[in-house]
Design a protein around this ligand. Structure first.
Ligand SMILES: NC(=O)c1ccc[n+]([C@@H]2O[C@H](COP(=O)([O-])OP(=O)(O)OC[C@H]3O[C@@H](n4cnc5c(N)ncnc54)[C@H](O)[C@@H]3O)[C@@H](O)[C@H]2O)c1
Length: 420
């Protein structure tokens, strides 16, 4: 396949050399004269293990070259791959000027004689909405009724510098955003020999995945370092703790606790986060990430409440399914559902709650104390399944996924665990 790669930096140079290694004919397009000259001399303009050799071999075989001028180049290319930088602007947003510039350049290069579709693959990291709101209008403006000549694709890059070649051929996953999440034949062909889970999705979901990945990596590093600082101050081996922590692939390093949905709560998480915050501040470990967890959780509770409240008329009637912090439990301590119930009551919503596991007269100890100090009207709010099914409510808030197995008269149901 003939491919033009725009931007010969860490991402573009690696992609260009690896694609040439796979036998594709690759032209690198780069604004820097120096980089163009280095590539055409058979060398890599960036330091990356193994890349010099790969570039040298590809240039000698005639499969890789570089140029500054893309004007005629795209005529016989099947794919244009955009790997230009998206550095930070002064306000923290991405500077999108290189993306705009290169999109214009590509759109302009599609000559009147072209009849074959050009797949334009964006690999740079860009905010959700960039393809639809920034890139597509540039192509539409230039091509007008010939817009079908381009197929825009967003394919985020997940490589790590220093092992970039290895990551190119063995990526953790391949994410491809297309119009309506349809498959893209050109990318299927390019990825045919790469073994990795492949996800076709919308442009926005693909754009978002890259931000989520990088932010999560940052969260992990900050979290590990905060734990490391607390351990250090307490004279505990952080290495030992880390080894035990990461060995747990059931609850710790796993999809568990990583699904967007309900807030965290219960008798352990909030209490122990508070206690670790206390210890950390006591020993001066400055754990800003840990300190933010309860505030973040409160923000999520507010978000869920506001979401539920949309469309419920003033003084309306709401049914909550589930009150305890977990299924099959009567433990109400720091249940986020208690907070939700309180917020409804404070907003003068007429509330009913169905939870067959919560029986006020059998609650004991701290659980009893928590329930009645935080939701004094508990006894009056709880209703039976038959009442829940026979009455008409303005909204059902399902914290358990029970609604699908009940014969509710109310059709408007919010499932807190899937945010839908
Ligand atoms: N570096 C990484 O490890 C990595 C990993 C994944 C994703 N990304 C993302 O990929 C993108 C590229 O990152 P990078 O580190 O390779 O950037 P980089 O700055 O090393 O390279 C970008 C290149 O594009 C060139 N360029 C700018 N405008 C151009 C134009 N109009 N035509 C042709 N070339 C042009 C620049 O001269 C530069 O050589 C960024 O969005 C980055 O966030 C980077």
């Amino acid at each position: 396949m003939k491919i033009a790669v725009f931007g010969l930096g860490y991402v573009g140079m690696t992609a260009a050399a690896c694609l040439a290694r796979q036998g594709h004919e690759v032209m690198g397009v780069e604004v820097s004269d120096e980089k163009v000259a280095i590539v055409n001399a058979g060398k890599s303009p960036i330091a990356e293990p193994g890349l010099n050799e790969l570039v040298g071999r590809a240039v000698r075989k005639g499969l890789l070259s570089a140029t500054k001028d893309a004007s005629r180049l795209l005529d016989d290319c099947a794919v244009a791959m955009v790997c230009v930088g998206t550095p930070s602007a002064p306000d923290g947003s991405h500077n999108m000027s290189f993306i705009v510039e290169v999109s214009r350049q590509i759109a302009q290069s599609i000559g009147p004689s072209r009849t074959r579709t050009l797949t334009v693959v964006f690999r740079s990291t860009m905010r959700p909405g960039t393809i639809e709101e920034l890139v597509l209008p540039i192509f539409e403006d230039k091509l007008r009724d010939r817009i079908d000549l381009v197929e825009l694709v967003y394919n985020p890059e997940f490589l790590r510098e220093s092992v970039a070649i290895q990551d190119f051929f063995n990526p953790p996953k391949i994410v491809i955003g297309t119009k309506d999440g349809r498959r893209c034949a050109a990318l299927d062909e390019l990825n045919a020999k790469i073994e990795a889970p492949i996800f076709y999705t919308t442009y926005r979901a693909a754009e978002m995945t890259k931000f989520v990945d990088n932010s999560f990596h940052a969260v992990k590093v900050a979290f590990a370092n905060e734990v490391g600082r607390v351990c250090d101050k307490l004279g505990i081996s952080a290495v030992t703790v880390h080894k035990i922590f990461t060995s747990d692939t059931k609850l710790n390093i796993s999809p568990y606790y990583l699904r967007p949905g309900g807030a965290f709560g219960g008798s352990c998480l909030p209490k122990d986060v508070r206690a670790l915050q206390y210890i950390a501040s006591d020993v001066g470990a400055h754990t800003h990430l840990l300190d933010s967890l309860l505030r973040s959780n409160d923000a999520h509770k507010n978000f869920l409440f506001e979401n539920c409240l949309k469309g419920v008329p003033a003084g309306g009637q709401v049914l909550m399914l589930g009150l305890a912090f977990k299924e099959n439990s009567d433990d109400l301590r720091e249940s986020p559902n208690i907070d939700l119930a309180r917020k409804f009551l404070q907003s003068s919503i007429r509330l009913s709650i169905y939870d067959p596991h919560v029986e006020p007269c059998t609650l004991l100890g701290q659980n009893l104390g928590y329930a009645f100090s935080n939701l004094p009207a508990l006894r009056k709010l709880l209703i039976s399944k038959s009442v829940a099914e026979s009455e008409l409510f303005d909204l059902v808030v399902d914290t358990r996924g029970w609604a699908k197995d009940m014969t509710l008269r109310t059709k408007w149901v919010i499932d807190v665990n899937t945010l839908s």
